[in-house]
Design a protein around this ligand. Sequence first.
Ligand code: NAD
Ligand code: DAU
Length: 380
Amino acid sequence: MESKRNIVITGGAGFIGSHVVRLFVNKYPEYNIINLDKLTYAGNLANLKDIEDKPNYKFVKMDICDFEAFYQLMQDEHIDGIIHLAAESHVDRSIKDPFTFARTNVMGTLSLLQAAKLYWESLPEKYEGKRFYHISTDEVYGALEMTHPEGVPSPFTTVASSSEHHAAYGTDFFLETTKYNPHSPYSASKASSDHFVRAFHDTYGMPTIVTNCSNNYGPYQFPEKLIPLFINNIRHRKPLPVYGKGENVRDWLYVVDHARAIDTIFHNGKVAETYNIGGFNEWKNIDIIKVVIKTVDRLLGRAEGEDLNLITYVTDRLGHDARYAIDSRKLQAELGWEPSLQFEEGIEKTVKWYLENEEWMDQITSGEYEKYYDDMYKNR
Ligand code: NAD
Ligand code: DAU
């Protein structure tokens, strides 16, 4: 039995944050879980409808850059744990508007750190029993070479096993010790926030942890990201904009497995450590797109593959990183975490979820969800 804790999860109405909030609220009824979110375009309280009435859950609408408000919240709620996911998260938006990324991802993270420092240092026990857990991305490491053998189709591994993956494809992966080399404004802002978090440990002794995860997929992802955008476009038979040649490689992890890893690391991870989280599941974009098309077609009762003609090659993303691939053996060896799902099962579940939750998707794409917030939360 865990003891009582008062935990703020930032970004809980977004994609990954909503899965983390759901897992903590359901698994730890003795904890107070506060979901702190500004509800930008990416935040959607409909993501948490199933748990919004639970007694151990509270939603607070707040900007992470609002230092005074967060410092007050720390004191009012006696916060002893922070799991920080709130961020601007979409690379394409960062290319158009880098300032918003620096403000939220860098200044927002610094604001949380400083408020936590002031509050925790004012307590008699200071940092004992406290934790500041920062969720980051594999993109901070930059891009890997495309080292995979020519002509070998994705997936580059069908097993969630590090040893088989390494045996087949060498050792060119992001490790916890890989030097930071961010390329996009998004990854530069995340890298900067990671440095601030580590600096607060090294300078003030704050008990921090940083994790760097690969691409997530699953329910409740905002449909500007590859998989939900393409599922929705296939549904409506709209063109599928494939950047460049579609050869870029990403390492895909089911979002619930990321949330499980966050739970494990929050409770059992070592202070000041970094853990990489990934699925040993590398795919070229074009191959994953074909799987998504065939799965949507089959589940909608269309001829499998009949929508392959929606594939439309478009101008590449500026500075498009060639390949991400995470080595998560440290997390597996030290804390015993493993991905629970094979990709084939995960993608089937994901496509089914989007097709069965058309209303969730349609509200976002029609902009109705913004009105929902105005009506429901304007006086909070
Ligand atoms: P998301 O865009 O779906 O959600 C972000 C949430 O943060 C939204 O609810 C938004 O309202 C909130 N937010 C944004 N600015 C805010 C502010 N100033 N104050 C308070 N709340 C604010 O993002 P996601 O994909 O769920 O990513 C969550 C975190 O995980 C991010 O830190 C991201 O860098 C990291 N990450 C994401 C992935 C991925 O594949 N999506 C992989 C690795 C790491
Ligand atoms: O690696 C972790 C990162 O994964 C997270 O830190 C980011 O928050 C998250 O957005 C994701 O970044 P990517 O840029 O990899 O994800 P995205 O879904 O935008 O794109 C995945 C790949 O698909 C990428 O190579 C670009 C390509 N793509 C994307 C879109 C939206 C297309 O070809 N067409 C598209 O329309």
